[in-house]
Design a protein around this ligand. Structure first.
Ligand code: DX5
Ligand code: ZN
Length: 215
């Protein structure tokens, strides 16, 4: 069985002590930390930006798994890369056409940052097949992006096997939205190998126990 990577989403962390919250999930066994960037246009919510990534880079060696829920992602790749993001995942739906997708993939790679492409619930997995060979990660959203604490959408997880079948072996297939001890297992049994969980981990009073229950 391949290794499952847990990426706690700091969207549900206590922002008054963000550094400690990141340290706490590291101690609890997380290797990555998921940073949700929202612009109020691509999604109806505003969250975290470049300064937070830059600050976190100074205090943690965890992989900064940065999820860009923004329009015109190409404008912000350089600032996020320079701030210290290790992975930059952008949305297929934020792109005009395939050429635009390839341009952003190449831009991210030019900064030596790992590249992820995400699809929203209504986007078919076939839409991104042609890009799979150029990606490090595919993020299958299992809720409509924009908010933490939503209910897992089962149908979305059913996209995982077809992506896995088309993908090269080392592609990371990540799921995000409504992940808890039960939905995690549905996703990993379908082939996901990275789980984002926000409210389930940060809403618990024992982060270690919460993370362990995802395996
Ligand atoms: C939603 C974000 C998620 C969110 C997940 O738009 O992309 O990363 O933090 O939150 P939970 O795990 O609470 O569904
Ligand atoms: Zn996310």
């Amino acid at each position: 069985m391949s290794k499952i990577i847990i990426s706690p989403s700091i969207l549900s962390a206590d922002f008054t002590k963000l550094g400690c919250e990141v340290e706490a999930v590291k101690k609890a066994g997380a290797q990555w930390v998921h940073i949700d960037v929202m612009d109020g246009h691509f999604v109806p919510n505003i969250s975290i930006g470049v300064p937070v990534v830059k600050s976190l880079r100074k205090v943690t060696d965890l992989v900064l798994d940065t999820h860009l829920m923004i329009e015109n992602p190409e404008k912000y790749i350089e600032p996020f890369a320079k701030a210290g993001a290790d992975i930059l995942t952008f949305h297929f739906e934020a792109c005009r056409d395939a050429k635009h997708v390839y341009e952003i993939i190449n831009l991210i790679k030019s900064f030596d940052v790992r590249v992820g492409l995400s699809i929203k619930p209504k986007t078919l997995p076939e839409s991104i097949f042609e890009f799979l060979d150029y990606l490090d990660l595919v993020l299958v959203m299992t809720v409509e992006p924009g908010f933490g604490g939503q209910i897992f959408m089962h149908d979305c997880a059913m996209k995982i096997p077809s992506i896995k079948e088309k993908a090269k072996n080392n592609l990371i297939i990540q799921v995000d939205g409504g992940i808890n001890n039960l939905t995690a297992k549905i996703c990993t049994s379908l082939g996901a190998n990275s789980l984002v969980a926000g409210s389930y981990i940060y809403g618990s009073d024992d982060y270690k126990k919460a993370i362990e229950s995802l395996f």
